[in-house]
Design a binder for this molecule. Sequence first.
Ligand code: FPP
Length: 217
Amino acid sequence: MTPRHIAFIMDGNGRWAENKGLARAEGYKYGLAALLEVLKVCALKHVEAVTVFAFSTENNGRPFAEKEAIFEVVKTFNENYFGEYKIRYMGDIDFLDDGLIASIEKIEERTENNDGLTLNIALNYGAKDDIIRAAKLAYDHGEFTPEAFERGLSSYGLPPLDLIVRTGGEKRLSNFMLYEAAYSELIFLDTLWPDMKSEDAEKIFEEFNRRVRKFGK
Ligand code: FPP
């Protein structure tokens, strides 16, 4: 079975750059290149949606230059991507720089009717905030069903999250898609994200296929 929706926690960009004697900022540029390679494999396998963790609410505590480096890579991507993926964002976008917000609005609009894979980019995103917002919305509507709650999550409309992959050696979810992860398969790789190649992506699909999913039954 092909996972319909995969999420990547793209960890290890900074360490990858440091190991090569480069500025950490460079790691994010190579990280984007690795993402595009992994996405090609996902698209060939007919994965419907890929969510990536580009910047967490907790990442706001990082040095200014490093945050700017990540936002610059994201903005440059937004301005230069004219491919067939449908790009959408989730997270607290409103607090970001005006130029970045404008680039997000433009790319979402430009790719809205694309029929390729959906690339959902989590930016200034935290799962706890997202869950609290969804709970408030359900409360405001006086509706307490799982469906009403899920309508308030920023991942609403995407297929169920079948698989979460984290690179970089850490084995935790770090406030990422905590509600959606209920029955996701989890894969943790030691590979630093910019080192991800299409062969590594192929291996992820092989590993997913070895998993027996019972959904508690
Ligand atoms: C964690 O690695 C990763 C991030 C904080 C951001 C990753 C962002 C990108 C690769 C850019 C993606 C661009 C688009 C358009 C989706 P880290 O650098 O904190 O790793 P470390 O543990 O080595 O420090």
